[in-house]
Design a protein around this ligand. Structure first.
Ligand code: PGA
Length: 242
């Protein structure tokens, strides 16, 4: 069985004061059945890992470099993330693909570096609205999967997140049928059938249960709703109940 995972992506949000939300989350969900992960900005990685000590909360990074170290001003290596307490790293998020021109080849190289550092790579794929309108969703998503997931990836070191670009931060989600269509196709295409498949894009307490009821959805990658312990906690509860 794939592992269930509720993953939060804080993006470029969060100051030290916001760590209180994580204290509240841990207090409210001391022993969830699913994995409970927050990927804060890099500045909060070590303090969040410290406060998560002894709890079920996992912390992760939002990106890493392909190299272990070197002259790459402003970048972080997978080893650095692991050293700060990360267990996972999000790679190939559409905001990085768009804002930083990251292609699937680079995402695959980053994923390999993350896996070598002992991190689980959360590799994101997803179509734009124009691609969906053109009827090329499955072609795009499966193409990104093929090119972004390095050889040697398995359920122990890789998670796939399907995030339609047009659903991220917009409050719009695909229909349940559309999510199921992509997740069923991903299940058939991943190199290891046990690999967890997350849905991401405007997941909220109000729609989480319906999405988690789909056969090949093993959890969510949550942006905005992961910033508040009450919202993210409700999503964790929905995943535990699924
Ligand atoms: P959202 O973001 O939940 O705010 O739509 C999801 C993501 O980008 O991972």
């Amino acid at each position: 069985m794939p592992c269930k995972l509720a993953a939060g992506n804080w993006k470029m949000n969060g100051l030290r004061a916001d760590l209180d939300e994580m204290r509240a989350l841990i207090a409210a969900h001391p022993d969830p059945d699913c994995g409970m992960l927050i990927c804060p900005p890099a500045t909060l990685l070590a303090p969040m890992a410290d406060l998560a000590q002894g709890s079920r909360l996992l912390v992760g990074g939002q990106d890493c470099h392909t190299a272990k170290s070197g002259a790459h001003t402003g970048d972080l290596s997978a080893d650095m993330l692991a050293d700060a307490g990360a267990r996972h790293v999000i790679l190939g998020h559409s905001e990085r693909r768009a804002d930083h021109g990251e292609g699937s080849d680079l995402v695959a190289a980053k994923a390999r570096a993350a896996q070598e550092a002992g991190l689980t790579a959360i590799i994101c794929v997803g179509e734009t609205e124009a691609e969906r309108d053109a009827g090329t969703t499955l072609e795009v998503v499966l193409g990104q999967l093929r090119e972004s997931v390095p050889d040697g990836s398995n359920a122990g070191n890789t998670v796939i997140a399907y995030e339609p670009v047009w659903a991220i931060g917009t409050g719009r989600t695909p229909t349940l049928e559309q999510i199921a269509e992509v997740h069923d196709a991903l299940r058939a295409a991943v190199p290891d059938a046990e690999m967890s498949l997350l849905y991401g894009g405007s997941v909220k307490p109000g729609n989480a249960a319906d999405i988690f009821a789909l056969a090949n959805v093993d959890g969510a990658l949550v942006g905005g709703a992961s910033l508040k312990a009450s919202d993210f906690g409700a999503i964790i509860a929905a995943l535990d109940a699924a």
